[in-house]
Design a protein. Structure first.
Length: 537
């Protein structure tokens, strides 16, 4: 392989800051990548995957970020300490980069044509009609639908999957030898994720690319194939062929990652339990207004005639892609967005109640949002965040409220001493536990969980699922669990409701829906789901 090596990383260390304030992000990372080969860097948040990948084209913020030691050689050229001219000649031309979140990576004020064309002009000197023609060619290459028309769109006018295709087009504009993909599918639906992964593999085969792929998901690493490096605390703890590593992991950390995949629910709730929540013919329509007088010219039917029933101790999983109406359904059931149709909570109609009449019921019907960092106040310590609902509903005195907050934190497996910290001082998993504690401190009967694990590492996802199961068993909670991840649905849900374009396409028990889907859309979701199965299966 020696003559075919494209990238060699040897004993690489990455630190932020110096002296007493130095934070070590990578300690001693070594790997090699041949032309046309795939190598996945796998590990949890903070393992050092992204800083290692960003170090290759030297994209970290120097001098704050620096390399105390180590070497990065690309096609024989040393990149650590290389001149700006050397790096400029390689970035874009020989090394392409696809980032995790295309919405923050793309300029919101520039069209797709301008952003793809900028790379061609700055790094390749391609201008005018040739530039435009190459842009369209690249958009076709990454299978962007209706490429000629969409080329004039702004990023917010594209879907998440379409934006990621544009990012890939930018990275491949000058036909690089190495493509670095840093968690390129984390924020995408399961079907779009499968499309992007297949696109990357197809482009790699057609263009002969070497692919350095960063992910926290072992199922994605298995799907991409090639070799794998498992990272923990800034070092590589295990490496080798991905199928062999996942079939027989040797390092305890790799074994823990493989074992962290959520298991299917083992028990079923009481079939005779009382109904806690029901909806009939529920609709959430948003008007489309145009013209000077803002006349309504149409309706966006986010939820269109959905009916459901949920009993005490049950979990109803709501599945679908972005835009299917899942979150709008959850918000409508809590009366947080306007809707029509019947909603019953604990047997009583609540769809006609005003804000004052609803307020006493709020403590019994709570919600946990997808992004805990966005849903937790950055200005309040954890104890204040968790105890806010107690103060709003005037439950107990100050001392009693403090005791309830401490009890809620212990119940979600957090040390009450964390109550003095702020959200930014916690990990993603800790923040989500705080969000759950904020809901649980009020002892609700119903908890709506809106993608509560999608932003978390796989091992942390499994911990949160286990926590939710324990809380449900202890308190007899009913869950409405919204997710696009079928692994999470299988692990927690008793019943499944599949949504697309605001309507229910299929519903039934989890076993019926996941093992024998009847609807074509459900079958497409199942086919796109990536499962971490043994390599010999």
């Amino acid at each position: 392989m020696g003559t075919l090596l494209l990238l060699e990383v040897r004993d690489l260390a990455v630190s932020f800051g110096r002296g007493a304030r130095e934070v070590v992000a990578a300690r001693s990372v070594s790997f090699a990548l041949a032309r046309g080969e795939t190598l996945s860097l796998v590990g949890e948040s903070g393992a050092g995957k992204s800083v290692t990948a960003l170090s290759v084209p030297q994209l970290l913020a120097y001098p704050h970020a620096h390399h105390p030691r180590g070497s990065i050689r690309f096609n024989g050229t040393e990149l650590v300490g290389a001149s700006a001219d050397t790096l400029r000649s390689l970035r874009g031309n020989r090394i392409g980069m696809v980032f995790q979140d295309p919405m923050t990576s793309l300029n919101p004020l520039h069209t797709i044509t301008r952003q793809v064309g900028e790379v061609l002009e700055v790094h390749g000197g391609i201008t005018g009609k040739a530039n435009r023609a190459r842009v369209i060619e690249l958009l076709h290459l990454v299978s962007l639908p209706d490429a000629e028309r969409r080329a004039g769109a702004l990023p917010h006018e594209l879907s998440g999957g379409e934006r990621q295709r544009v990012m890939i087009a930018i990275a491949l504009a000058l036909e690089p030898d190495l493509l670095i993909a840093d968690e390129p599918t984390t924020a995408l639906d399961v079907t779009i994720q499968a499309q992007i992964l297949s696109l990357l593999k197809d482009l790699q085969a057609r263009l002969g690319l070497a692919l350095l792929f960063v992910t926290h998901d072992l199922a994605i690493a298995r799907h991409m194939g090639g070799r794998i490096c498992v990272m923990k605390d800034g070092t590589i703890v295990e490496s080798g062929d991905v199928a062999s590593i996942l079939a027989a992991p040797k390092h305890p950390y790799t074994q823990d990652l493989v074992a962290a995949q959520p298991k299917a629910r083992a028990s079923s709730p009481d079939a005779g339990a009382a109904e806690i929540l029901a909806a009939e013919n529920l609709r959430v329509w948003f008007p489309i207004r145009r013209g000077l007088i803002r006349r309504t010219v149409g309706q966006i039917k986010a939820v269109d005639g959905v009916s459901l029933s949920l009993k005490t101790g049950q979990t109803l999983g709501v599945v679908g892609e972005s835009g299917s109406g899942k979150t709008s359904l959850g918000l409508a059931l809590l009366r947080l967005v306007a809707s029509t149709g019947a909603i019953r909570f604990q047997g009583a109609a609540i769809n006609g109640l005003g804000a004052r009449a609803l307020r006493p019921l709020r403590r019994h019907m709570q919600i946990v949002f997808q992004d805990p960092f966005a849903s937790l106040s950055p200005r309040l310590p954890v104890a204040k965040i968790v105890g806010e609902g107690l103060a709003v509903h005037e439950i107990g005195g100050e001392s009693e409220q403090q005791d309830k907050v401490a009890e809620a934190l212990r119940e979600v497996r957090l040390d009450p001493a964390l109550g003095n910290r702020y959200a930014h001082e916690l990990s993603g998993g800790q923040r989500q536990r705080v969000a759950i504690a904020r809901a649980m401190v009020l002892r609700p009967r119903l908890l709506i969980l809106d993608e509560p694990t999608s932003a978390l590492d796989v091992s942390v996802q499994a911990q949160i699922i286990d926590l939710l199961r324990d809380l449900q068993d202890k308190h007899g909670l009913a869950y409405l669990f919204i997710s696009h991840d079928l692994r999470m649905i299988r692990a927690l849900a008793d019943l499944v409701l599949v949504m697309k374009d605001g309507v229910v396409r299929e519903s039934g028990t989890t076993g019926e829906i996941l093992e024998n889907p009847r609807d074509a859309y459900t079958r497409a979701l199942m086919a796109a789901a990536l499962e971490l199965k043994p390599a010999t299966a």
